[in-house]
Design a binder for this molecule. Structure first.
Ligand SMILES: [Cu+2]
Length: 209
């Protein structure tokens, strides 16, 4: 390969890395910032795998059975909130399921509900992407409005970050799970870290009391 082509490849990969970091809020470690682009390539490859989600691919009926196993909270439709008093909460969060326009979360048939849990609650959260677009999840210690890139300024709290998952086809949804330790009381926001989604309203409040 000619040097000029090699240079072009290096520039191309740097751009891919930059775009990747903008899209995902990834700060590549120094080992993968251009002077070692083999590291970057392997990271991009690994990212592709991760973006299929770390959980199962679900059908409509397997999503329903997952929802039936979820922890029952007290739903207040007027306040659009769900309260949990349990120490362990199994939560199923749907990302932009069909039936509405825009980007949003749906939990227990509520859109972007306020979640209320006790301090110290363990939340086993499963995100199911029912959309054709990328969606992820994180809890941040910030309040709206959000910029286009909230993940560039707000760190995920409580091990809540879920890497954006590719959108898939109708009745075949990728999913990812994380175990969140809501250890410190406060008023937080859960949001989608994909650029523009939180800005467009893909967020809700989570109160740890
Ligand atoms: Cu999203």
């Amino acid at each position: 390969m000619k040097n000029s082509k090699l240079l072009l490849l290096a520039v191309g990969l740097s751009v891919i890395g930059l775009v990747g970091s903008l899209i995902l809020g990834f700060s590549f470690s120094s080992s993968a910032t251009g002077n070692n682009f083999m590291g970057m390539i392997s990271m991009m490859g690994g990212m592709g795998d991760m973006m299929n989600g770390n959980g199962e691919t679900l059908t409509n009926s397997s999503v329903s059975s997952l929802q039936q196993k979820a922890t029952t909270g007290t739903i207040n439709k007027g306040e659009n909130s769900i309260s949990f008093t349990q120490n362990t909460v199994n939560l199923v969060v749907l990302a932009s399921p069909p039936g509405r326009s825009g980007e949003y979360f749906e939990i227990d048939n509520l859109i972007n509900p306020t979640l209320i849990v006790k301090a110290g609650t363990t939340i086993n959260l499963t995100l199911v992407n029912e959309d054709k677009e990328l969606h992820g999840f994180e809890i941040v210690n910030a309040q709206p409005p959000f910029s286009r890139y909230p993940m560039m300024v707000n760190n995920a709290m409580f091990n809540s970050f879920i890497m954006p998952i590719w959108g898939t086809n109708t009745n075949s949804y990728d999913s990812s799970s994380t175990t969140i330790s809501a250890s410190a009381s406060g008023s937080y926001t859960y949001l989608c870290p994909v650029p523009g989604h939180a800005q467009m309203g893909m967020y809700g409040k989570i109160i740890v009391s």
